[in-house]
Design a protein around this ligand. Structure first.
Ligand code: SAH
Ligand code: SF4
Ligand code: F3S
Length: 469
């Protein structure tokens, strides 16, 4: 049974009518208005910003890269940690000046922060220069919000909490001609005790596989070479639909499309990462041998308190299997130190896990209490300085591992996508997503080529083009 609310064609058409109205308004004054979209947070927000830009272009706006002088400024925000929110509030404050210098500037705040009532109330009370606020559930209604603000001058809030819906057919404005994000699902049902995402992005809902496949097909035909499938937990793809296609099946369908491209995905929740998924990855050359598999903690007790639904041993078992079928697998992960009540021994279990697994790289975080989540009220006796010490130790151990793994690349020949330039060098990405700098002709940009790695630092590799055999 399909439970997800689908935004109908009529509903979307009514939004496109608002776009036409706004476009005509500006054309009537012979003005080409400009818009700036600033994105915080994860790839999901980047993908949403592509839709917001697409809608703005539909409304006649030209996209600029600065808030200064822009007719519309959209802040697409992240709520994952307190620091992320503080940055937004700081930057939002600074927009009072850009608005003063450009009287007709309209300012909007959207994204995950806009899904929190406390944030919306704070904007209402203390940021009068913000003209509109809309949560991720209301993104597809942005043309309507913009039109209300433009034509009535009233501050507008589309922030009602909802389980979430799916809107197919929104326009995209993608920055890169070679790489694309494709959201395959939205929301999250996992309710990890530290995490705000399920509260601000609603319940898990999957797009139909036919819609995803046809979007990928179009992207590949338009020259896209590197597709990243997005979802907070891609491994539970399809569970809310009755289409009999799980994530591994979806991957296989995309990998069977004709063309020269590579496909990757994030994020995988370890609980639902199956051997079927790893076998599918191993089988298809077009699926990158790269896996982002956040473990969060090496301690089974902490994992339970986090509501992660796996323990240290099951996690390690999955990694063992994945590596056995993909010996060159590039593994990355997320980890939190200083979860409430984490002891020194439990922290050491995290260190021992990273030493055992040998991740290519890690995204490391200090626990940040998020109001409204269960962990917010958990007893947390560990002092900040102690958490900082653990964090520094974790980073130092990981840097050593990353460097060691990077050095092991030297001498290897890897198939890379040449994707741009950096000063006098070409840049390329390995299948595992590592940056490689090399000397070569810019006409190679957009092609896959074998590159032999000649040098390594913690963060990047250098290499040279190798003749295809
Ligand atoms: N859905 C993804 C993660 C999305 S958030 C997954 O489950 O893997 C990205 C990362 O931010 C998380 O993996 C976690 O490591 C970190 N994170 C989330 N909430 C946090 C918090 N309150 N404090 C610190 N780090 C947090
Ligand atoms: Fe947050 Fe957990 Fe969902 Fe990831 S799986 S978004 S960490 S609740
Ligand atoms: Fe941040 Fe929302 Fe992503 S909280 S990490 S932008 S899902």
């Amino acid at each position: 049974m399909t439970k997800t609310a689908i935004i109908s064609k009529e509903q979307l058409d009514s939004q496109f009518a608002f776009c036409a109205q706004i476009k005509a308004f500006w054309q009537g004054q012979s003005i080409t208005p400009t818009a700036y979209v600033e994105t915080y947070g994860c790839q999901q927000n980047e993908a949403d910003s592509e839709n917001i830009r697409g809608l703005l272009i539909e409304c006649g706006y030209a996209i600029t890269d600065s808030a200064e002088g822009a007719d519309v400024v959209v802040m697409n925000t992240c709520a994952i940690r307190e620091h992320a929110e503080q940055r937004v509030f700081g930057n939002l404050g600074a927009l009072t000046h850009t608005k003063r210098r450009h009287g007709r500037q309209k300012i909007f705040l959207c994204g995950c922060m806009a899904g929190q009532e406390v944030v919306v109330n704070r904007i209402k009370a203390s940021y009068p220069h913000v003209d509109g606020v809309f949560s991720t559930h209301h993104l597809w209604q942005f043309p309507e919000i913009l039109s209300r603000v433009l034509f009535t001058g009233k501050r507008t809030y589309f922030t009602a909490d909802e389980p979430g819906s799916i809107a197919e057919g929104l326009p995209h404005s993608r920055d890169s001609k070679l790489k694309a994000w494709v959201s395959i699902m939205y929301g999250c049902n996992n309710f990890c005790t530290y995490c705000i995402v399920p509260y601000v992005r609603g319940r898990e809902r999957s797009r139909k596989w036919e819609d995803i496949l046809s979007e990928c097909k179009q992207l590949i035909e338009s020259g896209i070479k590197d597709i990243t499938l997005l979802g907070q937990n891609v491994n539970s793809y399809g569970k809310d639909l009755d289409q009999g296609v799980d994530f591994a099946d979806l991957l296989a369908k995309i990998a069977e499309l004709p063309g020269d491209f590579i496909i990757r995905f994030m994020t995988s929740h370890p609980r639902d990462a199956s051997n079927k998924l790893f076998d599918t990855m191993a089988r298809y050359p077009k699926i990158a041998k790269q896996l982002h598999l956040p473990f969060q903690s090496g301690s089974s007790r902490v994992l339970k308190a986090m509501n992660r639904h796996y323990d240290r041993e099951t996690y390690l078992e999955k990694v063992r299997y994945a590596k056995s079928v993909m010996p060159d697998l590039v593994l990355t992960s997320d980890v939190i130190v200083g979860f409430p009540g984490e002891t020194e021994e439990e922290f050491e279990e995290t260190i021992s896990l990273i030493e055992q697994v040998h991740y290519d790289s890690l995204f490391t975080f200090i626990f940040s209490p998020r109001p409204g989540t269960p962990a917010y009220t958990m007893e947390d006796p560990t002092p900040k300085e102690e958490k900082n010490r653990r964090f520094d130790k974790l980073c130092a151990v990981q840097n050593g591992i990353s460097e060691q793994l990077h050095n092991a690349y030297i001498g290897k020949t890897l198939r890379c996508l040449i994707d741009g330039t950096d000063k006098e060098f070409l840049t390329a990405r390995t299948e595992g997503g590592r940056l490689v700098r090399l000397v070569g002709d810019p006409s190679l940009i957009g092609t896959f080529a074998p590159i032999t790695i000649t040098g390594a630092t913690t963060w990047s590799l250098t290499g040279e083009l190798t003749e295809k055999d």
